[in-house]
Design a protein around this ligand. Structure first.
Ligand code: UDP
Ligand code: MG
Length: 318
């Protein structure tokens, strides 16, 4: 039997809060009766500097509902940081944590399956959307484009997985060792390693209220994800520079042939070759500087070099 913490980041969620709290409480009672989670399991609502009545609602719920706890952040720090705050706060109070959005677009009925996977020994269980029928066509297209573009740019994430996932205590502890400020959980969690699996569900519509991730925020989220996970864009500049130098060589051959055949205007050959050559040299140089900047950036993150999963030792080796 696990001690479970469900972590729910909330930003201006007064429209959905009551419903979410009721559904999650129902689930806790059910899982508790099935002896899958202990009596001291809890739901932690993290108020991410909401400007509406969200915190007031959390406080009221806390007074009457013994499953519900609250964490109030001093200001709005964004979904990812709010989630990390919740996970960090519940780490020492639970065996497993499950993170889920406040609008319950992710299907809470697979939480039981996630817990079953955890009891089979999995440390990380991803909730993966098997379909997005209920999202608008625009949201679906932009969101799927988002995953593909990220991958192209070298930022590996689990396809169609948002932040609905189960993590064991030791996985959250490892996560805490990634000290970077620009946090992109979906990219970092797969780096932790450990035993990982997925459960599948259909994503629903938002119950009420508006999406807190309009296109503008999604684009900046994608940009954040790429630049905090990957230095491939820098390598692309170097690659582009090399391509241009190559084009320059072809252009040189062409220009010399024209020159010797007498087709070229005076001055054209040297001019066209200088343009291509300088362009190529500049890009290669920028790329080269970029490679060093990229190294500095990776060093400053101070990510753990490795994560130990298990060690077999004999008694007399200790
Ligand atoms: N959220 C947050 N801080 C923010 C923005 C969003 O904690 O600055 C929370 C929000 O309350 C919700 C989750 O992040 O629980 C995901 O937001 P939303 O459902 O609006 O995103 P979408 O599902 O439309 O991508
Ligand atoms: Mg949502």
């Amino acid at each position: 039997m696990f001690r479970l913490a469900i972590v729910v980041p909330c930003y201006n969620e007064q429209e959905v809060f009551k419903d979410t709290a009721a559904q999650l409480t129902g689930l806790m009672i059910d899982l508790n009766q099935k002896k899958k989670i202990s009596d001291d399991s809890f739901i932690l609502f993290v108020n991410d500097g909401s400007k509406d009545r969200t915190w007031e609602l959390i406080e009221n719920e806390y007074k009457t509902n013994s499953w519900v706890c609250g964490l109030k952040l001093a200001g709005n720090v964004g979904h990812q940081n709010a989630l990390l705050a919740g996970l960090t706060a519940s780490k020492d109070l639970s065996d497993i944590t499950i993170s889920i959005d406040a609008d319950l677009q992710d299907d809470i009925s697979v939480i039981e399956e996630m817990i079953d996977r955890a009891s089979e020994g999995f440390d990380i269980v991803y909730g993966v959307r098997s379909s997005r029928k209920k999202d608008t066509a625009f949201k679906r297209m932009t969101a799927q484009g988002f995953y593909k573009f990220m991958r192209l740019m070298g930022a590996n994430t689990v396809y169609n997985h948002a932040d609905f996932r189960l993590m064991s205590r030791r996985a959250v502890e490892q996560l805490g060792k990634y000290k970077e400020r620009n946090l992109f959980l979906r990219g970092i969690v797969p780096m932790i390693g450990y035993n990982t699996t997925s459960v599948y569900y259909e994503r629903k519509e938002r119950m009420a209220g508006e999406s807190k991730y309009p296109l503008k925020k999604m684009l900046s989220f994608a940009f954040d994800g790429i630049t905090s996970l990957s230095i491939r864009p820098i390598s692309m500049i170097t690659g582009l520079g090399c391509c241009i130098v190559f084009v320059c060589i072809i252009a040189a051959i062409y220009a010399f042939i024209s020159y010797f055949m007498g087709h070229a205007e005076p001055g054209w050959t040297s001019l066209i070759l200088s343009i291509w050559f300088l362009g190529g040299v500049q890009l290669v140089s920028i790329g080269l500087i970029g490679q060093y900047v990229g190294k500095v950036y990776i060093e400053t993150k101070e990510r753990p070099r490795y994560n130990v999963e298990a060690m077999l030792l004999h008694e007399n080796d200790k």
